[in-house]
Design a protein around this ligand. Structure first.
Ligand code: PLP
Length: 450
């Protein structure tokens, strides 16, 4: 395709109405939700950019697969389809289905980690960090220092700091590092890609020290597209070839199929290690289900099997990455501070720079997310001090774009609302915490204005 205009590579067959509320309604709804947008009813949200997880639109092909789902308890043909699709892309020997990504994480860290261990990652996602810490291990983020600055433009801002990895191994000893993880794309670090060169360097360090490398592969397809666009030597490779090359550098992966699996639910854990796979399947049976369905219906396995392949379609990825950048570029042009360059699945507003008068202890990200809801019924999520407490690197508000769901005019509306809030930013106040759970507190926290 050589035209200037990039279009949605699909037409709409089924529609779902969205509902307006008045400003007065939103004020009382926000109060009732204790200024935590997770606690709103989805029906009271006009444009929902809370997450791109499980919120995308499935294709006609996936819906047809849903009808074809084989619901046999053991050995269903939908599992065979699922396994083949995952192995076609990852090449890993064992494919363990799970109901979503965090179930794969829980099983992986339970089997591989013990108290006192250390798990390095470019940036741990919130559930990944929580699952590492839950088994008593320490989750260490090894992002490049310059990648922590939101305004710095780098092609592969998700890269792991390889020198820091080597220093960590030297400091704590390889016996305490049961695995290294690489998150592609780096969700909490701004949806930024990891280069093949960086993955190769990390893989080399892991091989030298005999430490297994696992990918947190949630957005492997988007990461492959960035490599194709930005890394020398990859422009004529297909996204699938690039993804295959990257997976071959590791020993396994965790995956949320709610992301680049293009499904509403699902996930998996892969490994090349026969002994680990057996232990993982035992744990799977304990809490998730038999190893040929792992907490999913046969129909879900079909949707994921098809969705994984669709996520690697070039027309889809071109549109996907361009439409996310469209939002980012339109607000950045007007001076709104965002994490640069735009990531794959989301735009991250730098709330610290947007609201410099609100100290970090008063949650500038939560305050900004609340204002976007009040102004236009838009739901976003804070990724900062409420989510990560002292481990927060930045104060961000993430606008995640569900896959194949909103059109350009929806995004134009979001741009308009953000600019309106930006124009009156000096009047926005900070918040204080009135309730918090012992872990993953952002999901249920209560706040109120200072
Ligand atoms: C979503 C996500 C997870 C967890 O997956 P769930 O399906 O939400 O449990 C893990 N890592 C990353 C990078 C993610 O984006």
């Amino acid at each position: 395709m050589s035209t200037k205009t990039i279009i949605e590579p699909f037409r709409i067959k089924s529609v779902e109405p969205i509902r307006w509320t008045t400003r007065a309604q939103r004020e009382s709804l926000l109060r009732a939700a204790h200024w935590n947008l997770f606690l709103l009813e989805a029906d009271d949200v006009l444009i929902d950019l809370l997450t791109d997880s499980g919120t995308g639109a499935m294709s006609t092909h996936q819906w047809a697969g849903i009808m074809e789902g084989d619901e046999s308890y053991a050995g269903s043909k939908s599992f065979a389809h699922f396994k083949n699709s995952v192995q076609d892309i990852t090449g890993y020997r064992h494919v363990i289905p799970t109901h979503q990504g965090r179930a794969a994480e829980r099983i992986l860290f339970n089997v591989m980690c013990k108290k006192g261990d250390v798990v390095p990652n470019n940036t741990h996602f919130d559930t990944t960090r929580a699952n590492v810490e839950f088994v008593g291990a320490e989750a260490v983020d090894l992002l490049h220092p310059e990648a922590r600055r939101p305004e710095t433009i780098l092609p592969f801002k998700g890269n792991m700091d390889v020198a820091a990895l080597e220093a960590l191994i030297a400091r704590v000893g390889k016996e305490r590092i049961p695995l290294v993880m690489l998150t592609v794309t780096n969700n909490s670090g701004g949806g930024q890609p990891v280069s093949m060169e960086n993955a190769k360097a990390v893989s080399q360090v892991c091989k030298t020290h005999n430490i297994p490398l696992y990918f947190d592969a949630c957005r492997f397809a988007e990461n492959a597209w960035f490599i194709r666009e930005r890394e020398p030597g990859y422009s004529s490779k297909t996204p699938k070839e690039i993804a295959q090359e990257m997976f071959a550098l590791g020993d396994g992966c965790t995956m949320s199929a709610k992301k680049d699996g293009m499904a509403n639910i699902g996930g998996f854990l892969c490994t090349n290690d026969d002994i680990l796979a057996r232990q993982e399947k035992d744990l799977l049976i304990l809490t998730e289900g038999y190893p040929t369905y792992g907490g999913l219906a046969g129909r879900d396995l079909e949707a994921v099997a098809i969705g994984l392949q669709e996520s690697l379609d070039e027309d889809y990825l071109r549109y996907r990455i361009a439409s996310t950048a469209y939002l980012g570029n339109h607000i950045a042009e007007q001076g709104v501070p965002i994490v640069q360059p735009p990531g794959g699945h989301a735009i991250y507003i730098d709330a610290k720079a947007f609201l410099p008068h609100i100290p970090v202890e008063q949650f500038p990200g939560v305050a900004l997310a609340a204002e976007l809801y009040l102004e236009g019924g838009i739901r976003s999520v804070e990724i900062g001090s409420l989510m990560f407490a002292a481990a927060a690197n930045m104060e961000l508000v993430r606008l995640a774009i569900p896959r194949r769901t909103y059109t350009q005019s929806h995004i134009d509306y979001v741009v308009e609302i953000i600019l309106k809030v930006f124009a009156r930013r000096e009047k926005i106040k900070g918040l204080k915490l009135t309730y918090e759970a012992p872990f993953l507190r952002h999901f249920t926290a209560h706040l109120e204005p200072m």
